[in-house]
Design a protein around this ligand. Sequence first.
Ligand SMILES: [Zn+2]
Length: 262
Amino acid sequence: MQTRNLQLKTIISICLILLLGQVSLQALAGIFRMTEQQEIRVGAQAAAQVEKKNRILSNPYIEKIGQQLVAKSGRPNIQYRFRVVDSKEINAFALPGGFIYINRGLIQAADTENELVGVMAHEIGHVVAKHSVNQMERSSKAQLGLTLAQLALSRSRGGATIFNGAQMLTQGVFLKFSRDQERQADRLGAENMHSAGWNAKGLVTFFEKLAKKGQGNTAFFSSHPSPSERVRNVSDLTQSWGGDGVVNTNDFNMVKAKLAEM
Ligand SMILES: [Zn+2]
């Protein structure tokens, strides 16, 4: 229903603007506001794609600590889901609407639960700050000019262009986040894990270790600020927090051992 409304609104707005001869991208920007429902629907579709292409391991331990973090996050009202991707690559990612994936390789690269939780909290930070939604809205605005040109062209040729605003919104779903968004996710993640009882220094030690191992260019870092900058930012933020937080748990060690056998 909302999709149809969006399409209708979009078409009417574009017709009006073409009619008035005043094509203003600013005027059209308001059309590309994504609702929470739309965000979750797009996330679920993207998650289905990811799960079709990869072997997914559902893991009660990862789900449990994920939900503990969510409860203390800035956006606990939506249903999050945490899954393990059977891949050796050190990576993790968040899709819109709270679908979060952690690679097996990342869990194995973590030496403490704090390090693993740091990465998970970072991914939750992207969902809390609605970074995917921002990316999708931005990318649809960028495509708008092109579509308007196509519309004008097809009109002059007497043809018809089907304009689908909802489809346009979803096209930015797999775009990389900006470095500023990554910095914000680090900050939100550190705050989240701290308030949920873990030691946010886990985020720092994880970055330091990967940088030292020369793994600063793994997938997880390719779109992020350099590990050394992230270490500095999170260290500055957490300096006064103190406290030990959770260091290691039996569950963490058991899950790591189990994954190592695969
Ligand atoms: Zn990130």
